[in-house]
Structures are given as structure tokens and as C-alpha cells.
Design a binder for this molecule. Structure first.
Ligand code: KIV
Length: 274
């Protein structure tokens, strides 16, 4: 770890502009969740483009059944830890459940995540009803990624972790929401657990990069949960799950294998898609 900051400086900085350029050039973007400094340094060495400090930390770090108990303080704490491990990374941090019910609260809490945590972008779950929050955050220089499809913060409303957008009407709602979010100024979109055909359609329709998780191979970017790619998460594994530590020499090799699989288009394969 002694030469870590020197190594970090050698990387070309990832910015919203460079990610948009990657989309235009058809280069795959690699995103992975991370919650602490030690793993952040490993992701940095492995060449991950976007570090997602996800509220999935409520489940994989804190041991809750859902992401709902996670607080803004938790997100600030983990984002600052990741920032210390990788001073030059492009960090996107989740706005946790009920931290953006109004424009005022969204601005206050996103401001804390950026000022105290060091994030460059916040991610929030929701479609058309959240247009005003996205517009105002962007007006205040807070880059936003909109999360559509399966939204884990809505698990009690949707009745479980289910594939979304399967029928024409549900697919059209996701398309309309995606267009509304882009128009509101979102800089990226994340699509979780939707049929691969819908992932492809949304990715082609939008100018902004689309990150997929269980959304097929045609998204501009892929994201997975770090504990899932290392095979240390408990419970049911969704179809898009793949353990990259299997057959790898160590954790850094596993993360590099994930990076390489996404860049080459080898992951996700047909067996990982809906
Ligand atoms: O919180 C998280 O880790 C996420 C991913 C599952 C995309 O939002």
C-alpha cells in the first residue's frame, strides 16, 4: 500500500465527460460497489472506472435484510473511507431511503455526501415523481444517476426483489421514466433487473451512459456488488450473479478478472440475463 497514492496518480482521471465519451466510443464502463479504504485501493489498482458506494452496504456490511435502515451518516462515513483509499476515483454514492423526500432534503443530504464524503455523483431511486429533485440537484452542481427497474428501497411496495419491466406497459413506464430523468439533467442512469431487450432499448435511446445490473449485455456499463463477485454474500443469488474469485489467485486478481470480463463483453453472458 505504500506506493498507493503514486499509483493512483498514474491513472487518467475518470470524469462524467470521460464516461460520456466512453459511451460514444462504444467502450464498456466498469462499475463495482465498494465501502472501505482497503478495497477501494484494490479496485483502483484493478482499473475499475466507477466506484459505487451503494446502500447495499446495509445488507452486505451491516447485516440488515433490506437497504432501508441505512442513514446519510452511514453513506458519508463509507464514502469518506473509500475516498481515502482511492483519492482520485470517480465515486458515486447512494442517497439512502427517505433522504430525498423533498427538494430541500435532497439538496441538504446530497451536499453532505459530496462535501463530507467526497463523492462526485449521487444516485437516487425513482422515476417521474423525482424529476424536480433531479433538476434542482443538477441546478446546484450535484451530478445525479437515476436508478430505475428494480428499486431495492421500494421492496415493501413491490413485494420483493423481482424482475421489472416484463410486460409492455411496465417496459413503457421505464422508458418514459428514463427519458424524463435524462431531460431533467441526470448524468447517468442505472437499470436493475430488467429484460435484456429493454436494457438494450433504453441504452440506445439515451445519450447518457446506462449502467446495468441484470439488465443484459448491451448496457454501456455493468455494476455488481463487491461481496457477490467475491462469493462472500449470503442468501439467494440472482441470475446475474458470478463469483470471480473462483479460480482467481487472490482478491485483486478476481477484481481484475471482473474488469476484463466487462470490458471484453464476456460478462454478462446469456445465462446471466432475463
Ligand atoms: O446499492 C447498491 O449497491 C446498488 C447496486 C445494487 C446497483 O444500487
Amino acid at each position: 500500500m505504500s506506493n498507493q497514492s503514486e499509483k493512483n496518480k498514474q491513472h487518467k482521471p475518470v470524469t462524467l465527460n470521460s464516461l460520456q465519451e466512453m459511451k460514444r466510443n462504444g467502450e464498456k464502463i466498469v462499475c463495482l460497489t465498494v465501502y472501505d479504504a482497503g478495497f477501494a485501493a484494490i479496485l483502483d489498482n484493478a482499473g475499475v472506472d466507477v466506484f459505487l458506494v451503494g446502500d447495499s452496504l446495509g445488507m452486505v456490511i451491516q447485516g440488515h435484510d433490506t437497504t432501508l435502515p441505512v442513514t446519510v451518516n452511514d453513506m458519508v462515513y463509507h464514502t469518506a473511507s473509500v475516498r481515502r483509499g482511492s483519492p482520485h476515483a470517480f465515486i458515486m454514492t447512494d442517497m439512502p431511503f427517505m433522504s430525498y423526500p423533498t427538494v430541500e432534503q435532497a439538496l441538504k443530504n446530497a451536499g453532505r455526501v459530496m462535501k463530507k464524503g467526497g463523492a462526485q455523483m449521487v444516485k437516487l431511486e425513482g422515476g417521474g415523481a423525482f424529476v424536480d429533485r433531479v433538476e434542482q440537484l443538477v441546478n446546484h452542481a450535484v451530478p445525479v444517476c437515476a436508478h430505475l427497474g428494480l428499486m431495492p428501497q421500494s421492496v415493501h411496495q413491490t413485494g420483493g426483489y423481482r424482475v421489472q419491466g416484463r410486460d409492455d406497459q411496465a417496459a413503457q413506464t421505464i422508458i418514459d421514466d428514463a427519458l424524463a430523468m435524462q431531460k431533467a439533467g441526470a448524468g447517468m442512469l442505472l437499470l436493475e433487473c430488467v429484460p435484456a431487450e429493454l436494457g438494450k432499448k433504453v441504452t440506445q435511446m439515451l445519450d447518457i451512459p446506462v449502467i446495468g445490473i441484470g439488465a443484459g449485455p448491451d448496457c454501456d456499463a455493468q455494476v455488481l456488488v463487491l461481496q457477490d463477485i467475491l462469493g462472500i454474500s449470503q442468501g439467494h443469488h440472482p441470475k446475474f450473479h458470478r463469483n470471480f474469485l473462483d479460480g482467481a489467485e487472490n482478491i485483486e486478481a478476481a477484481v481484475k478478472s471482473y474488469v476484463q470480463a466487462v470490458r471484453s463483453g464476456e460478462y454478462p453472458a446469456a445465462e446471466h440475463c432475463y
